[in-house]
Design a protein around this ligand. Sequence first.
Ligand code: F3S
Length: 298
Amino acid sequence: MKLELARSAGFCYGVRRAVEMAEQAARSGCRCVMLGPVIHNGSVIERLKAQGVALAETPEQVPEGAAVIIRSHGEGRPVHQALAARGCRVIDATCPNVARIHHLVARAEAEGRQVLIIGMRAHPEVQAIAGWCGHPVVLEGAQELEQWLQEGPERKSLPLTMVSQTTSTQMIWDLSVEKAKKQCTNLKIFDTICNATYKRQSEAQALAARCGAMIVIGGRDSSNTKRLWELCAALCPDTVWIERAAELEPSNLCRKASIGITAGASTPGWIIKEVYDKMSDENFEIEESFAEMLEKSI
Ligand code: F3S
């Protein structure tokens, strides 16, 4: 029974940066609040709360004058304005990749272009991007794009700027681009899918294709973990999704010759290590590269 960890498992650059900024704010002893959970991982949020970082869901809940941490998903312009009006000091942990999309859509709006966002309507990153332009259209994929174009044939000749949620899949984006290119005559396309997501997904798929079982570690409300789980389950029927090591039942896996492990971008290294420790205790043979990978993800 071999245990292998995906090279890219765990925190991505933007999430690591946001968590470090939140921890630094906590250490500074200032009154600080995170606006929405800094990342989609309950264990990390509980840890930050224990370090003194409070959680607010709306700008109105943030005490006036407090330091407020904007998470890696970013926030829209109205939220920044509301915080400024409350005299808050913003610690902006918006991932630079996401901030670039904010600039792109704000500029498109200033140029009078209609912004199309390919992404999940309910996702906070998409809502934040939408908050940097007046009337964006959010489409969840090529099918919705087709429908939107059919509902108003004049839309095909509008100046359109199309961006993607950073965590969208390449397939959703490519199909949308193909459709848009075929039908629209004044189109600017910015592939804003984050490379970290693509890398994580393709590595997880390669691992799932050669392993007898897969363990996907990540928060239940983490959409990138959900995507990882879907992609792995399509290639490896014995794929389990866990948040913490306690949910893992090693006896269910011990008949497999090889087991792959990956983790969402919001899964900290110490949770991956918990799983590693549990599997080591069960005498699973650990790939030599595992410890090295683990070291990188902590
Ligand atoms: Fe940023 Fe990419 Fe992570 S956009 S938050 S580095 S998945």
